[in-house]
Design a protein around this ligand. Structure first.
Ligand code: ASP
Ligand code: MG
Length: 409
């Protein structure tokens, strides 16, 4: 919601949903740009991101938004009431800036709904058990919405943004990208943590755990949106997920915020890797794709990726231990990107990796590292080839076609 007009637009949508006979809880985030504006103000005074007072400050963005939306709903003749996070008993831990929700007692919400009122709840915020205001991390209104949906056992949780759903890949990189009708939470988690920014990853984790169905829609364009579905037990369960859309590959993600670090001639002995990664873990460096070569003559090479900002620090930390660890040298390349294909259907489909490597090979793209999980294949490629790799994989798995029309199924 970027302006008063937009707030009024949202109010009309909410009112229409309520008048269609639904009980509605609306979770709102701050007006666009507001959280950044507040963070900038704080940044002019202090550099402490995890401070209690930063949360007090940031939570105001959502307080403004719920009040304005409630006013707009009243103007439309809709009975409604706005609530801050703590007023609907969203209790979190005390980790300011990225608090986790512990419990919600939604009885005040239920009471309003029973009276036929629309409930407007401030997203992104809660309070710890001592009543200190906390926030749930950037994009945290998604999490608030999913958590409220779970607490009131809603039929569905619709999340509105400026995009009309989840796409097979970033349409700015690949114009042939398609909106996905249905995707599993598991796949969405892989895509979200791999750089697709539609939903906050933690909200998807929560939806998976508490079995909340999410529909991502656009505030501006009417359309079916994209359903993100938790794994369901029983009859709809296995069958539906094995064949959600009937696709082997559901999406392609790209993370350019990647640097590759290689350590050569690591002595081949037990716990060498543990000693190598210990200082990185102690310094909270986020290590991803890890590949070790088979030992030869008592040595092996080991490569992994870290976020670009951590590359220099990683090299420093490792260099300090070169003697004790006894490796050859550390090399770093921060001009790389990680490109991944994700799909629950890979579990039961042989040959996906081959097809992926062939397509990239034919396009002349050299793979520096490869790693796989049950539902994902990631490759590290030169950064200037990343967009090409995304398009090549999108074509190879025919993601531009409806899932039912693809040849590999
Ligand atoms: N206002 C918060 C943010 O900008 C929460 C949200 O938008 O979901 O991160
Ligand atoms: Mg958001």
């Amino acid at each position: 919601m970027g302006s008063i007009e937009r707030i009024q637009h949202v109010a009309r949508k909410v009112a229409a949903t309520a008048r269609a006979g639904n009980q509605v809880v609306v979770v709102v985030s701050a007006m666009s740009g507001e959280t950044d504006r507040l963070l900038k103000l704080a940044g002019q005074i202090s550099q402490r991101p995890r401070d209690r007072e930063i949360d007090v400050l940031l939570a105001t963005g959502e307080q403004v938004a719920i009040a304005l939306l409630a006013l707009a709903l009243r103007e439309l003749g809709e009975e409604c009431r706005s609530f801050l996070g703590h007023q609907v008993n969203i209790v979190t831990d005390s980790v300011h800036g990225s608090a986790r929700i512990r419990t919600i007692d939604a009885s005040p919400v239920q009471d309003c709904l029973a009276r036929g009122e629309v409930v407007v709840v401030a997203g992104f915020q809660g309070a710890d058990q001592n009543g200190n205001i906390t926030t749930l991390g950037r994009g945290g209104s998604d999490l608030s919405a999913v958590a409220m949906a779970a607490a009131v056992q809603a039929d569905a949780c619709e999340i509105y943004s400026d995009v009309d759903g989840i796409y097979t890949t970033d349409p700015n990189v690949c114009p042939k990208a398609r909106r996905i009708d249905r995707i599993s939470c598991e796949e969405m988690l892989e895509l979200a943590s791999l750089g697709a920014k539609v939903l906050q990853a933690r909200s998807v984790e929560f939806a998976l755990k508490y079995k909340v169905a999410i529909c991502c829609k656009s505030t501006f364009v009417d359309g079916p949106g994209s359903w993100v579905l938790p794994e369901l037990d029983g009859e709809q369960g296995g069958e539906m997920l094995a064949g959600l859309e009937g696709a082997v590959v559901t999406g392609v993600a790209c993370d350019k915020n990647t640097a590759r670090v290689s350590v050569t001639r690591m002595p081949d002995r037990p716990s060498a890797a543990a000693e190598l990664f210990a200082p990185l873990a102690a310094d909270a460096v986020n290590v991803d794709v890890i590949v070790q070569t088979a030992p030869q003559d008592g040595f092996c090479d080991l490569s992994f990726t870290v976020p670009k900002v951590s590359a220099r620090r990683t090299v420093e930390l490792l260099e300090m231990r070169r003697h004790s660890l006894g490796f050859g040298e550390v090399r770093v390349d921060d001009q790389v990107a990680k490109v991944s294909i994700v799909g629950a259907g890979m579990r039961s489909q042989p040959g996906v990796a081959l097809q992926c490597f062939q397509a990239l090979g034919q396009a002349g793209i050299n793979l520096q590292l490869i790693s796989t999980s049950e539902i994902k294949i990631s490759v590290v490629v030169p950064e200037h080839m990343a967009d090409l790799a995304v398009r090549v994989l999108h074509d190879a798995f025919e993601l531009d076609k409806p899932a039912g029309d693809r040849s590999l199924r």
